[in-house]
Design a protein around this ligand. Structure first.
Ligand SMILES: [Zn+2]
Length: 186
């Protein structure tokens, strides 16, 4: 086939071999994801482990790690969101298999006739599913502009004292730090 070999793999063979792989994809290469992000700078690191379970199913255990910028739905400012998304999916080749299994498992049906998995498209789907439906800064303090103050308060606050140049700005890393405090490690 003419597809780039690094983008498309045979998941069934990899599962039989018990193989794993790690991909680094620039966010700018994922166009549907780009529509929901404020910036496409950065990358997603995908760790994918293929195996066969006792029933012979092709199982994909994966983890996606990325830092993405979303729009906070409370203050409408940007916020950094740290993705660390673990998932397990059964890969099947036909809709009939999917119908049989999808009550008990997350199932992904290979759409290519040649039975190859398009890794960037698959990773993009999983990443989109992992994002919060309503992104919000963690806590009022991290939020840029409380909803009640929109249009009202002063645009710039100058710190008291001699350092007249200090400007209070929302700290995009506060939300990240809050996320990390939740023990969101894998
Ligand atoms: Zn906010």
């Amino acid at each position: 086939m003419s597809g780039r070999s690094s983008d498309q793999v045979d998941p069934f063979r990899l599962a039989s071999q018990g193989r794993g792989l790690t991909l680094h994809l620039p966010l700018s290469a994922l166009p549907r994801l780009g529509e929901v992000l404020l910036s496409t700078q950065g990358e997603v690191v995908a760790r994918l482990d293929f195996r066969r379970d006792e029933a012979g199913h092709c199982v994909l255990d994966g983890n996606l790690a990325a830092r993405v910028s979303l729009r906070c739905q409370r203050c409408l400012e940007s916020m950094m969101h740290e993705v660390s998304h673990d998932f397990t999916t059964i890969i099947v080749a036909t809709d009939a298999e999917a119908a049989r299994l999808q009550q008990d498992y997350d199932v992904h049906v290979i759409e290519n006739e040649d039975g190859r998995l398009d890794l960037p498209a698959f990773i993009e789907d999983e990443l989109l599913l992992s994002l919060p439906i309503v992104p919000l800064h963690e806590g009022e303090a991290a939020c840029g502009t409380p909803a009640g103050a929109v249009g009202g308060g002063p645009a710039v606050e100058v710190a008291a004292g001699d350092s007249g140049s200090a400007v209070k700005r929302p700290n995009p890393f506060a939300a990240l730090a809050a996320l990390k405090k939740d023990g969101n490690t894998h």
